[in-house]
Design a protein around this ligand. Sequence first.
Ligand SMILES: Nc1ncnc2c1ncn2[C@@H]1O[C@H](COP(=O)(O)OP(=O)(O)O)[C@@H](O)[C@H]1O
Ligand SMILES: [Mg+2]
Length: 280
Amino acid sequence: MGGPELAPHTARRSERPGTPGALRASVARVSTLTAQPPILRTEGLTVRFGGLAALSNVSLGVPAGEIRAIIGPNGAGKSTFFNCLTGVLRPTSGRIVFNGEDIAGLPSHTISRKAIARSYQITNILPGATVLENVRIASQSRRHNWSMLRHHRAYTDVIASARTALADVGLAGKEDELAANLSHGEQRNLEIGIALATVPKLLCLDEPTAGMSVAETHATVELVRRIARNLTILIVEHDMEVVMGLAHTITVLNYGEVLAEGRPAEIQANPRVQEVYLKT
Ligand SMILES: Nc1ncnc2c1ncn2[C@@H]1O[C@H](COP(=O)(O)OP(=O)(O)O)[C@@H](O)[C@H]1O
Ligand SMILES: [Mg+2]
């Protein structure tokens, strides 16, 4: 059901646009990722705010292990899409199939336990707690009850996975610093560490390089690439250099609809995309 309803995408000259197999075939040639079944699929995802369709019939599939960028001008529906995936918003209609299960409309704490995490600006950080505490709390939150506190081994597991998450985001050695004392870039990466501590299978990154210096941006690109070896990543990002360098596949949203989907080079060359987005 998902395939033929994918929105218009760049097709090669030899392939007729809109042919259900066209996108699948073109992606399969360039990536072994598509050998994986999609870990995430949306079908006809629609969100209406009164008369406005923030998302309109969005159908897409993301293979496990992929880094998928979601781009589009302001107001295109990117945040709304993330809000639906993470249970912040209940879609008006449509399905969100994650790991074979429809999760549309489930509350965010339930979705979090199904291993979808989101890193969103630096709002999840407790500035007065240490770096390690920040990640430990997130790691603990994913264990379903507090009985584990009685078990020393479970507690040391939590600390160990918190330290691993910190090492993954380049904050090893900063465990005992107050989060408030980290640089802006380090705080953004701590935010990713907090998300990783919940051991997600799908990680949604909302503008991870916003407000970062050039050096911090490069480091974060490397960070995302590194952590992507073990999970699937959706990334909303305005920095086109970051997007083009990082994404396996790009989905372009415009006015709540999928305008195009394809490899970075295809998206860059797509006249419709250039018109609405890249030129600006
Ligand atoms: N809670 C809301 N109530 C009403 N309109 C909203 C709400 N959230 C988003 N919108 C509208 O939905 C559209 C998509 O917004 P959003 O998903 O934030 O876009 P993006 O993240 O791509 O900039 C915009 O027109 C925005 O004004
Ligand atoms: Mg947004």
